[in-house]
Design a protein around this ligand. Structure first.
Ligand SMILES: NC(=O)c1ccc[n+]([C@@H]2O[C@H](COP(=O)([O-])OP(=O)(O)OC[C@H]3O[C@@H](n4cnc5c(N)ncnc54)[C@H](OP(=O)(O)O)[C@@H]3O)[C@@H](O)[C@H]2O)c1
Length: 333
């Protein structure tokens, strides 16, 4: 049985916005040692009660603010559409709750900064739920690069495309809810580039806009200060391969589909047989970020050293720049 020294004390979790992804998160809490679902909040009391009943939460609220004030809740998972992440995270941070906020952290760098400021002011934990960061596959990828197995990284390419039906009111296309492919799925390829190369010094982006003004599809070429390049894409118009490759001076790492949640990767080096690495199977995938949140809380941290506030601020700055080039703006901008 794996030894899990965290958390020191069981953490009581609350969920705000009991929709599709909240159900996956609640399932992950149920398999994570030391994590307990204490409360659920919806805009609708009956919906909150139904979700709480399904996942065994003792308390439910028809008001997000009431959950934020629940003294029995230690940490809150924000699972509303991203148009509301900033508002709902602030509700919780101001009450001293740790916050794990769905990706993207917010609509813009300005909003992410507001959230980070609140985390610092109230000395309470805040992390973007970029769950890919904490998967064993990502740890292996970083280790291979640190060991110099592919030499110096010169090029990253990653894509994420699927074809949902067009619904102008749904959260994928409605700008009031944060609609657009870049913020919803393009953030995964961007995350990989940011992790391996940092913040780009040059960006060239193009997008095809939906009738709502949200980006239906988006591509960006990124140029880094050390001369590395990257190409990222996000599409709601077609299924893409959803693969990633990281090329260096000595070799290439390929992550097969679906790369952002895989447990396998392949290392190819000239003149040598390919090496395939298989990490532990991903059961739910969210349990790793839940453990990291609780580990940080136990250590009195307000940010994770592996997914810092600066990292989320930087990603949001790059997404702002891409959106500006593509003419995608959210209400109030
Ligand atoms: N990590 C991942 O793999 C992953 C996957 C999918 C989505 N996400 C992220 O999770 C967030 C939620 O996505 P989802 O697909 O779960 O969304 P969803 O099911 O459409 O909405 C989530 C919940 O938000 C609440 N909500 C509050 N204000 C709302 C409004 N004005 N309109 C619609 N809903 C509103 C609703 O709950 P009540 O009305 O009951 O309060 C709704 O059930 C997004 O930021 C998305 O990027 C992450």
């Amino acid at each position: 049985m794996p030894v899990n020294q965290y958390p020191k004390q069981a953490k009581q979790w609350g969920i705000i916005g009991p929709g599709k992804i909240a159900a996956k998160f609640a399932a992950a809490l149920a398999i994570t040692e030391g994590a307990e679902l204490a409360a659920v909040a919806s805009r609708d009391e009956a919906r909150a009660g139904e979700f709480a009943g399904k996942f065994g939460a003792p308390r439910s609220y028809g008001d997000y603010g009431m959950l934020a004030k629940d003294p029995g809740v230690d940490a809150v998972y924000i699972a509303t559409p991203h148009g509301f992440h900033c508002e709902h995270a602030l509700l919780c941070l101001q009450q001293g709750k740790a916050v794990l906020c769905e990706k993207p952290m917010a609509l813009s760098n300005r909003q992410v900064q507001e959230m980070v400021d609140a985390s610092r002011t109230h000395k309470t934990f805040l992390m973007e739920a970029m769950w890919t960061r904490f998967l064993p596959m990502t740890g292996k990828l970083l280790a291979l690069i640190v060991e110099g197995r592919i030499g110096k990284v010169k090029y990253v390419r990653a894509d994420f495309g699927f074809a949902p039906p067009f619904n102008p009111d749904g959260r994928l296309y409605n700008k009031a809810l944060g609609g657009g492919s870049l913020l919803d799925i393009g953030i995964y390829p961007l995350f990989l580039c940011q992790l391996l190369l940092g913040e780009p010094s040059g960006i060239m982006a193009a997008a095809q806009l939906a009738p709502t003004g949200a980006d239906d599809s988006c591509v960006a070429a990124l140029h880094y200060p050390d001369g590395a390049l990257a190409v990222i894409s996000s599409l709601f118009s077609c299924q893409t391969s959803i693969t990633a490759e990281i090329a260096g001076t000595e070799g290439i790492i390929r992550i097969p589909t679906p790369w952002y949640k895989n447990n396998r990767l392949t290392l190819s080096r000239q003149g040598l047989p390919d090496e395939e690495f298989r990490l532990e199977p991903v059961v739910n995938g969210f349990e790793y970020q839940i453990r990291e949140t609780m580990r940080c809380m136990d250590n009195g941290l307000i940010e994770s050293p592996d997914l810092t506030h600066a990292f989320s601020l930087s990603m949001s700055r790059v997404m702002d720049a891409i959106r500006k080039q593509c003419g995608v703006f959210y209400p109030g901008e």
